[in-house]
Design a protein around this ligand. Structure first.
Ligand code: S3P
Length: 199
């Protein structure tokens, strides 16, 4: 049996089209908006784990699910959606910020695709994440304290499970997308960080 290799070409880069892409990162890092644009650019299908959960819950919002069922049940829903995606092809999956918490999820994410951690300066993350009240974990009495505690506990996990790490601090979306594409191109099995120029 011959094994054919397909390559994906953007305007400037060629890279093998044999893997999905999974975006991970803290609330507010831009996974959904950057992911949507990157998927379009790569001609990949775009999926967002929160949107999948909402759709399966007949439009119930994440805040409502947290309020009605609690976080554990929300995490069960998250795991269930990830299980559905292990055989997906040519997708870019944006995950909820806590999708990396369960061991099972981490294994599932690795099976789904190459994991890209989108990071940014904490001040930027906090400002973006707390812009609206759609994030129940920050809809608490002292959001800043919760934010700090969550971020601190999660950074080592994002770092450990990601194949590629992108610091998007100060970068417009288009440049972040370029940085991801460039890092995907450079990335073999090694962990890769691509340092874009910041004028
Ligand atoms: C969560 C992040 C949210 C959403 C839920 C829980 C988290 O997704 O899944 O509110 O635990 O960090 P975003 O990262 O897209 O905001």
């Amino acid at each position: 049996m011959s094994s054919k290799m397909f390559f994906f070409q953007t305007d400037e880069y060629l890279f093998p089209m044999n893997s999905n892409i999974v975006l991970i990162g803290f609330m507010g890092c831009g996974k959904s908006s950057i992911g949507r644009r990157l998927a379009k650019r790569m001609n990949y299908g775009f999926l967002d784990s929160d949107d999948l959960i909402i759709a399966r819950a007949q439009g119930t919002s994440i805040s409502q699910l947290f309020a009605e069922e609690g976080e554990e049940r929300f995490r069960d829903r998250e795991t269930a959606e990830l299980r559905e995606l292990v055989d997906a092809k040519n997708i870019l999956l944006a995950t909820g910020g806590g999708a990396i918490l369960r061991e099972e999820n981490r294994e599932l994410l690795h099976r789904i695709g190459r994991i890209v951690w989108l990071h940014a300066d904490p001040e930027i993350l906090f400002e973006r994440a707390s812009r609206n009240n759609k994030r129940p974990l920050l809809n608490v009495e002292n959001p800043r304290r919760s934010f700090n505690a969550l971020l601190e506990s999660r950074i080592p996990i994002y770092e450990a499970i990601s194949d590629i790490q992108i610091d998007a601090t100060g970068l417009p979306h288009e440049q972040t997308i370029e940085a991801i594409i460039r890092a995907l191109e450079l990335n073999g099995d090694e962990k890769t960080g691509f340092e874009p120029s910041r004028e």
